[in-house]
Write a protein that binds this ligand. Sequence first.
Ligand code: GLN
Length: 474
Amino acid sequence: MKNYSSYLEIRKDLEDQIVTCETLVNHYLVNIHKHSQLNVFLEVYEEEALEQAKRIQEKIENNSAGTLAGLVVGIKDVLAYKGHGLGSASKILTGFKSQFTASAVQRLIDQDAIIIGRQNCDEFAMGSSNENSAYGPVVNGKGNQKVPGGSSGGSAVAVQMDMCQVSLGTDTGGSVRQPAAFCGVVGMKPTYSRISRYGLAAYASSFDTIGTLTKSVEDSALLLETMAGDDEYDSTVSTKEVPAYTQKLQKEDKFKVAYLAETLSHEGLNHEIKDAVENLLKKLTNRGHQVSEANFDLLDYLLPTYYILTTAEASSNLSRYDGVKFGHRTEDSKNLESMYKKTRSEGFGEEVKRRIMLGTFVLSASYYDAFYTKAQKARRLIKEQTEEILSKYDFIVSPTTSTVAFDIGSINDSLEMFLADLFTVQASVAGIPAISIPYGVDKEGMPIGIQIMSRHFSEEKLLAFARQILAEVN
Ligand code: GLN
């Protein structure tokens, strides 16, 4: 079967009876089994997906199918799907099954998308390499034993290796964009609050977004327009009207594009990635866009701000895993308190424990002002400075990551690992939308990603610009 770059092509072939939903599902299942050593799926809903395929195929034949009929979707193991396992790639949720479906997932199902399985990730979405999963690392389909990035690593490799057409991931500080860059796919994080978080296992609630991993910008637009919008189950979701993103993709305006001096001159930036960004900026100038340098002098404050605030929120969010309500409970406890302690000690992995402790520390009475309050203030400054740049420019273009995918096991230090998020956390701290698109490969054939950020709720323009750039590369 052909490797479809967008659902539009699939839909056409379904309607022209060149493929059926069953052929599609079988094709992805073959790839899932063929690449099982990449450790991408934690559970595959094989029979169920085939049954759905049959049911939806009939709907196509009766002309009653939804807008996503036959779109095969993989979901990161932090999204609830009623009656199915939900583990956040953690031992603490062993055996837990969702009692309801995440709104974002439900909206895809309502349009006849087919969910093929749940995907491996870093435990509770904490990590940048997928090595923090309790079920072992995911392996990048490119290179020799390279990480896929994280935390949505399984979701990125699934799209890279055609194990599903698209994946839903989550992005708190870069978890969709960074793996997309490492795997050579498109990763989009919408504006904070654009998509309901109902049914998403919380990591850091004021940062968490549901994002998409796709082969094309067209598919990102399609998923976003289906999932975004008001939801009675999430009081923080935006009620702003959802534009028809897919209808606006062909727009080819001339834009004002900024790049950040501090980013491009960063000492940690790999020179092949730097060359790729400079090459794109030159092309944009030649095409008549106005490209200028802008300054963002808060770059050094991004990671500390992000890690203080997200660990604080995580320490609170993860307090619910206490052995009473969900999943794992220790077999060996003397009283209630020792049950809590043992359950949590046994259930959580190293990185999650480290973050709960760090978050508890920054929220403790004696350090609250010195760390938490200060980081909140820094967040405000970062947001304001980012918005100030975006009031003068339509987009900020930057590398998605400072390096390409690295070897599994090569980074053992948390602080060094945090550097993988250097360029992605700005959009998360500011709450703005950002997309990573593949932009060539390095000398060894490893993918390079370019990130584009834009103003709050300007996904329409962001997607059209990203599509335009990708169309020129290919
Ligand atoms: N790598 C970042 C972290 O570990 C981002 C994770 C995410 O976006 N979920 O926090």
